[in-house]
Structures are given as structure tokens and as C-alpha cells.
Design a protein around this ligand. Structure first.
Ligand SMILES: C[S@@+](CC[C@H](N)C(=O)[O-])C[C@H]1O[C@@H](n2cnc3c(N)ncnc32)[C@H](O)[C@@H]1O
Length: 274
């Protein structure tokens, strides 16, 4: 009898299709060095999920440390089993904290990062400002906060955006086959900018995994985010956006900008400077 193939955990598919932690870490370290003329060493990753960013952070230097905060213990457990042990000696440089980003305690850090739009769960100005105030308190005196936001004319349309992702072997040896990632913008309410998005995967031999991840967010705008960072006590807020290559795709070169022509889709970093 042949053994039935097991679908690898969805976290492998998520990390491979959604995250670009090497870019994120390089971006944050570059901005911090430019602003503060020293290298950042400590990171707190809010909404860390599998803590892929925190792992990438400590992986670059034995001087670096990271704290990952997430409310979901099973996801943190997955990280403890499948990501953190593969950092070998640097594994001890990461601490995962199960808790709400609003209340979880960690030592003051150089950088707080909250990526993949996770803060969009806060749907009112009061809640988002309160979160930004907490972040500010969790930073050292010269700390910097990095978040991201998506936008563009297609960001407010119902749409399905499929993309093929290559197969790979994960750090723990798990073989993940090539698959299709589908970003599904299902609901957009013009009245309050609340959105519901899903991630589906199509994995050959396993079919379609519908609604593997669900996001119930307020789609904020760049001016709102900048204003709320200032209201929360940050000295300044800056927006970094990419340019375009000849094929009309992001050139992944992020520059600080104060003017940007709208396009079908963009992803910005917003930096809050304490
Ligand atoms: C979109 S995932 C982000 C995963 C990863 N950090 C990334 O950048 O792709 C959002 C994560 O936030 C966590 N989360 C949701 N609400 C939270 C809260 N109030 N405090 C801490 N974590 C929260 C969820 O458990 C989930 O793992």
C-alpha cells in the first residue's frame, strides 16, 4: 500500500508567497543607520506569526536580538518547531511572547516592525493611535517603527490575483511543491474602508485550499497613518515607495517620497521616527 501524501503546513505556503523578510530587514537596517548613524541591534516583531522576520533579523549577526509578539500560541509553537531551531547558535537570540501587541511586555528596542498590514485590524483612529502610542513606548529613545501599507486603484476593487510560486525545501527539510497563491479581495466598503481579503492556495495533488487565511481590516490611507503616528508622539513620519522597472513592475528600490503618482498597485513602507 502506498502512503498518502500529506499537505505541508499552510505556514510554509504563506511564508513563501507573502513574505520578503530579507528585503524588509535590509530596508529597516538601512533607514535606521541613515537616521541614527549606528547599526540597530534589537527588533520587536509585532504580529510576528511564525516569526520569519525575527529569524531573518538575528540570522544576520550574532549581536542582534529579537522579540516576536503574537496572540496565537499554535503559530508561535510552529515557529519554535520549524523556524527557530534552524538558526542553530542564534536560536537563543529570539524570544517569542504570546500576547496582545497592546499589552505584551518586552525590553525597549531599536526597531519595532509590524508588517503585512497586520495593524489594519485596528479599525478606528482611537485604536490605531493607541497602538502607535504603545509602540512608541516599546522603543528606545532613538527607536524607529516600520510598517507597510498597500494601495493603488486596484486595492479598492474586488479582484482575484493568482501567482505561481516555485517549490522549495524548507529549513527543516520539508519539501513544499510548486503551488498557486491567490490573493482575493472580496469585500470593500466605500463607507468605512473596511475590507475582507482571503488567501487561497492551489496545490497540485491536494486541490484548492479555500480561505487558508482571512483578513478583516480597515484599509487605511497613507495620510491617515502619517497623521496618527504624529498624534501618537512620533517626531516624524516618512513614506518610502518603490519605482518601476521596464516591465511596469516594482523595481523594489524604496526611496523616501513626498509625491507619488497613483498606480494599479503599490506597497509602501511607513517609518515613524521617535
Ligand atoms: C497577517 S499575520 C502576519 C504574519 C507575519 N508577521 C507577516 O508579516 O506576514 C497576522 C498575525 O497577527 C496575529 N494577531 C492578530 N491580532 C493580534 C494582536 N492583537 N496581538 C498580537 N498578535 C495578533 C495573528 O495571530 C497573526 O499571526
Amino acid at each position: 500500500m502506498t502512503k498518502k501524501k500529506q499537505l505541508p503546513d499552510l505556514h510554509y505556503f504563506y511564508e513563501a508567497s507573502v513574505q520578503g523578510v530579507d528585503w524588509d530587514v535590509d530596508f529597516a537596517a538601512r533607514v535606521f543607520k541613515n537616521k541614527r548613524n549606528r547599526k540597530p541591534l534589537d527588533l520587536r516583531e509585532d504580529f510576528c506569526g511564525t516569526a520569519a522576520l525575527a529569524c531573518e533579523w538575528v540570522g544576520h549577526s550574532s549581536k542582534r536580538r529579537a522579540w516576536g509578539v503574537d496572540i496565537d500560541q499554535p503559530t508561535l509553537d510552529w515557529s519554535m518547531e520549524h523556524n527557530i531551531p534552524y538558526l542553530d547558535k542564534k536560536a537563543g537570540k529570539i524570544e517569542l511572547v504570546c500576547g496582545d501587541v497592546m499589552t505584551a511586555k518586552t525590553p525597549p528596542v531599536d526597531l519595532v516592525m509590524a508588517l503585512n498590514f497586520s495593524y489594519c485590524i485596528f479599525k478606528t483612529r482611537d485604536l490605531l493611535r493607541a497602538y502607535f502610542e504603545k509602540v512608541r513606548k516599546n522603543l528606545k529613545k532613538d527607536g524607529i517603527f516600520v510598517i507597510d501599507l498597500y494601495g493603488g486603484t486596484e486595492a479598492i476593487e474586488a479582484k482575484l490575483e493568482p501567482r505561481d510560486v516555485d517549490g522549495f525545501t524548507a529549513a527543516d527539510g520539508t519539501k513544499v511543491p510548486p503551488f498557486e497563491y491567490i490573493w482575493d479581495q472580496d469585500v470593500y466598503n466605500v463607507i468605512d474602508h473596511h475590507v475582507v481579503n482571503y488567501i487561497h492556495f492551489k496545490v497540485p495533488g491536494f486541490g484548492k485550499i479555500e480561505k487558508a487565511f482571512t483578513y478583516d481590516w480597515r484599509l487605511w490611507t497613507l495620510p491617515e497613518i502619517q497623521e496618527l503616528l504624529i498624534e501618537a508622539g512620533f517626531k516624524s513620519a516618512e513614506v518610502y515607495l518603490h519605482g518601476w522597472n521596464d516591465e511596469g513592475e516594482s523595481d523594489d528600490t524604496y526611496k523616501k517620497r513626498t509625491y507619488y503618482e497613483n498606480s494599479l498597485g503599490w506597497v509602501a513602507y511607513i517609518v515613524g521616527i521617535k
